[in-house]
Design a protein around this ligand. Structure first.
Ligand code: CTP
Length: 482
């Protein structure tokens, strides 16, 4: 009897396990045959064993599983506490979290990359200018792929670099090029920690959304006493795990909620060659679609023509014109929430000349000496049409790109289009289109919020929190109405 067959029999046999895990008995027979439980079923088997109070440690690695794929990048900077990061690696390795490690030059004075590589069973990255590393896993991938970047220990020097935007080595370049959650666990001499420069850097980083695991107070390796001691690696690990668990809770926040999002520009053809459109990149709408998907929503993204990669979401529909976008949105109704972030072309342009009122637009319009004129034909307003229809979703959110009178214009769209919330931004001087950062304000009937400039990813994260509040309020209103 192989190990997995013994395990299944301990848990009550093929039939009982199949029933408890809601899978076919043939799948369990297959596990026995190949003597392996698939990774995505480990957690379920562990839960079943703890329900039955059966110890299965000898049959299945009792790793601390997280319920979704998670990547952490650990950056070790150079200080007396660098060696303690080895314990963090060991603790992370007991989970199914994917871990990459980067070391600064000074960290390598305290511990060797070889030691880190053997502990993590994976190459440790140290060099920004390594031709080999750049071809396999370049620094942008290292910056973009992790869910969390943990800097432990974070020295005063590394904090200063990050606060001031310096990128002169692999670690600082990654930190600057990342949109991931960054958590710093500083460790330094108490006088350095209390130095005004470090205090100011700390505050700057906090204001930019960087999180800190505060240093402990007590006796330091340098013989002094005060705040700056590296926290116990176990408590750092526990904090990271609770951070992950928080994310897991968030990942069910919008379970069973259907959301329609329009994004990107729309285009209107003038003839088979030419068209009119606008500068929208689709980035903000895509980030919102991605964040809502992470939180468990069933997202349908209806996008105009864009040149950025599509986000991970349940359904993507590509359209070109305003009419196609409206038709698609209408076909996807009913939905719980509608978010119109698309920059819809407001008009179709009908070409004409003084002598020809009906130019054939099925073939290319040829240049003549006559002035080419355009008649405008207004496109349907998708947001307004849906929010005033009897299929209006519970929550309707619009965007408002303005070059002047931001608040006033956004408020009048809120009222005239019958929406719950307008996300408004100032797009004068081409400040927003295509950029990774956005400064928005939220306009509601009885509320106005001005948000700090932040990455579009961060706007999406905070906006989704706001949408959750709106949905909770809606559902409460609904209960009271009954
Ligand atoms: N919108 C839409 N359909 C349109 C035009 C706009 O769904 N034909 C939506 C946009 O997706 C956005 C909101 O309406 O959520 C406001 O769009 P915006 O272009 O800022 O304003 P307009 O209503 O077009 O008014 P104006 O261009 O005069 O500012």
């Amino acid at each position: 009897m192989n190990k997995i067959s013994q395990l299944i029999s301990l848990l009550g046999g093929t039939g009982a396990v199949a029933e408890k895990l809601k899978i076919q008995p043939s799948a369990i027979s297959n596990w026995k045959k190949v003597n392996k439980v698939p990774n995505n079923k480990h957690q379920a088997v562990l839960e079943l064993s703890s329900q039955l109070n059966v110890n299965i440690e000898n049959f299945l690695p009792t790793k601390n599983f997280v319920n979704f794929k998670l990547k952490i990048l650990l950056i070790i900077s150079g200080g007396i506490a660098s060696y303690k990061s080895l314990e963090i690696i060991r603790l992370i390795k007991k989970t199914d979290i994917e871990l990459d490690v980067v070391m600064t030059k000074s960290a390598q004075k305290f511990i060797s990359p070889l030691l880190v590589t053997s502990l993590n069973e994976k190459k440790c990255y140290v060099d920004l200018f390594s031709v080999e590393d750049e071809t396999k896993m370049n620094h942008i991938n290292l910056a973009r792929s992790p869910d969390i970047i943990l800097v432990a220990p974070a020295t005063a020097n590394l904090m200063a670099k990050l606060a001031n935007g310096l990128a002169d080595d692999l670690a600082s370049t990654i930190l600057l090029a990342s949109f991931s959650k960054i958590i710093l666990a500083p460790s330094m001499n108490p006088v350095m920690w209390n130095n005004l420069a470090t205090r100011e850097n700390y505050k700057k980083l906090l204001d930019r959304g960087i999180e800190f695991i505060e240093p402990d107070t007590g006796d330091m390796a340098c013989g002094e006493n005060g705040t700056g001691r590296f926290p116990d690696p176990n408590s750092i690990f526990e904090l990271i795990l609770s951070n992950i668990k928080e994310n897991q809770i968030l990942s069910n926040q919008f379970k069973d909620i259907s959301i329609l999002i329009t994004a990107g520009p729309t285009i209107e053809a003038i003839d088979p060659i030419r068209f009119v459109s606008n500068n929208s990149s689709g980035k903000q709408g895509f980030e919102i679609a991605s964040e809502l998907t992470k939180r468990g929503a069933k997202v349908t993204l209806i996008s105009g023509p864009v040149s950025i990669p599509f986000p991970n979401c349940e359904n993507i529909i590509q359209v070109k014109t305003a009419q196609e976008m409206l038709d698609s949105v209408s076909q996807q109704l009913p939905s719980d929430i509608l978010i119109c972030s698309a920059a819809v072309a407001d008009w179709k342009l009908i070409p004409k000349t003084k002598s020809n009122n009906k130019i054939d637009t099925n073939t290319k319009i040829k240049k003549t000496n006559e002035k080419l004129l355009f008649e405008t034909l207004k496109n349907p307003d998708i947001l307004e049409t849906i929010s005033k229809s009897n299929l209006r979703p519970k929550i309707v959110i619009g965007f408002s790109a303005e070059t002047d009178n931001l608040k006033k214009n956004a408020y009048s769209k809120l009222i005239s289009k019958n929406v719950d919330l307008i996300v408004a931004n100032d797009v004068s001087n081409g400040k927003v289109f295509g950029a990774d950062y956005n400064k928005v304000c939220l306009v509601e009937k009885n509320n106005f919020e001005q948000w700090e400039i932040q990455s579009k990813k961060s706007v999406a994260f905070n906006l989704v929190n706001k949408i959750n509040d709106l949905l909770t309020n809606y559902n409460q209103r609904d209960i009271y109405a009954k």
